[in-house]
Design a binder for this molecule. Structure first.
Ligand code: GLY
Ligand code: MN
Ligand code: MN
Length: 432
């Protein structure tokens, strides 16, 4: 792996907390993600299932975790199953984890080869007093997932083979655990933010009129990878000029023009933890008066929002407060007026013409991390704060996004060292 060892304590503790919220006489199974095939004999880049990683630290494909806390033989209360290395596999794909290596990473004492799974699992299901089976599936907000995951196939197989057991959902339990981060996880997120900062500072020096958006993308990835990241935390948005009003602009194929703004929603991953940064900079190194005016409004909202997103606030109430701040800044910028507000429809308020997304999301092993947005903000949770103003008629959009840990006395900004003041950005872009 490219990162320093995380330490098995994190994963051992995560499993312990998971076991603590299971029903009695339960078994839980977590599958890795599939390796997705290309249209020929290649495979697309591999990404481990976040829940399996959270509970084991194992990044290898075709891995499986079985937890059965009340199994009579203590040795089998936690079992990690791995793909068995062989000479041919190693010739093609290189080193695969040994049992000892997997044990050192995960803290799981019993590591067996995958070929033993069916016999072992059957034994546990029928001899271990198991009543209830926790299975995992993607329960994130999006509902348009059409790919059948390894977990989904396992659910079908398991329910067909053991129809009279009781089934439960593992995802809500893991989601509750994952929403507040452990100290070690914050360190890893900080590292992802620090690598992101290096990329952004590099880009500040590189950007000028005439460079293509994809050249900027190349500067980022170079800096990220040489600093131990596997790469982008998400598909980078490098949006110059009018592209900056498109929230998910990812083509990155236009040339940056003199006088335009450049919106950069680009961040690194580190050890599977993700940063999520947005900055908006002037292509030629100087904001116009109008650009700076709008920029400072977004910055003001960003800073005020960071004071409101505190424990015991519910995200949607916080968002309402941010909308009020937004409305007042849009009035000052003369983008809307009192009549617009008077005539607005409740489901289509005037500010929506210029601010048409949420103010943030939880962050962690997934960029839009698991956790229930309808619950109160939890201590130890990590959030992005990312207001934006997008003005189609003026051909630019501005978003500013940092990552915050919600702590008892205050929110800790993991990106506090990343330049955000308009003047500091100008200064750094004009160093000869
Ligand atoms: N970069 C994705 C987001 O800001 O949500
Ligand atoms: Mn974000
Ligand atoms: Mn972002």
């Amino acid at each position: 792996m490219r990162y320093s060892p995380i330490g098995k304590e994190l994963f051992t503790n995560n499993r312990k907390r998971f076991v603590g919220i299971l029903q009695k006489e339960a078994i839980a199974v977590f599958n890795s993600n599939d390796s997705m095939p290309s249209n020929a004999d290649g495979t697309l880049g591999y990404k481990q299932n976040s829940d399996l990683f959270y509970l084991t630290g194992i990044e290898q494909e075709e891995s499986l975790l079985v937890i059965c806390p009340s199994f009579p033989d203590k040795k089998y209360r936690e079992v990690l199953l791995l793909r068995e290395p062989n000479e041919l596999l190693e010739k093609w794909e290189g080193h695969k984890l040994t049992k000892q290596e997997a044990k050192d990473i995960s803290g799981i004492e019993t590591v067996v080869w995958l070929s033993e799974f069916h016999k072992l699992f059957h034994h546990m299901m029928v001899m271990g007093g198991v009543e209830c089976v926790y299975l995992n599936t993607n329960e994130h907000y999006r509902s348009d997932v059409i790919v059948e995951s390894r977990d989904a196939r396992f659910i079908d197989w398991c329910k067909a083979k053991y129809p009279l057991h009781k089934y439960e959902r593992a995802a809500p339990l893991v989601s509750v655990l994952r929403r507040s981060k452990e100290k070690r996880e914050i360190e890893l997120l900080q590292k992802a933010c620090d690598i992101t900062e290096l990329g952004f500072r590099r880009v500040l020096k590189f950007t000028k009129a005439g460079v293509a958006e994809y050249e900027i993308e190349a500067e980022y990835i170079h800096e990220f990878i040489r600093n131990g990241s596997k790469g982008f935390a998400y598909t980078p948005i490098i949006a110059s000029g009018a592209n900056s009003i498109i929230l998910h602009y990812i083509q990155n194929n236009q040339v940056c023009k003199d006088g335009d703004l450049l919106l950069l929603d680009v961040a690194a991953e580190y050890a599977n933890y993700n940063a999520d940064l947005t900055r908006t900079i002037p292509v030629n190194g100087r904001f116009t008066k109008r650009q700076k005016e709008v920029y400072n409004s977004v910055l003001k909202i960003h800073r005020e929002a960071a004071k409101i997103l505190r424990p015991s606030v519910v995200y949607f109430d916080y968002h309402k407060e941010v909308e009020k701040l937004m409305q007042s800044e849009l009035l000052k910028l003369k983008l809307i007026d009192k009549t617009d507000i008077k005539n607005q429809k409740p489901d289509n308020p005037a500010f929506k013409k210029y601010f048409y997304h949420g103010t943030g999301h939880m962050l962690g092993l997934d960029v839009h991390d698991v956790g229930n947005m309808y619950e109160k903000v939890q201590l130890g949770s990590v959030w992005t704060i990312e207001p934006g103003i997008y003005i189609k008629a003026e051909g630019f959009g501005i978003r500013l996004e940092n990552n915050f840990v919600v702590e008892k006395s205050k929110n800790v900004d993991l990106m506090k060292d990343i330049p955000i003041e308009a003047e500091e950005i100008e200064e750094l872009m004009n160093v000869k």
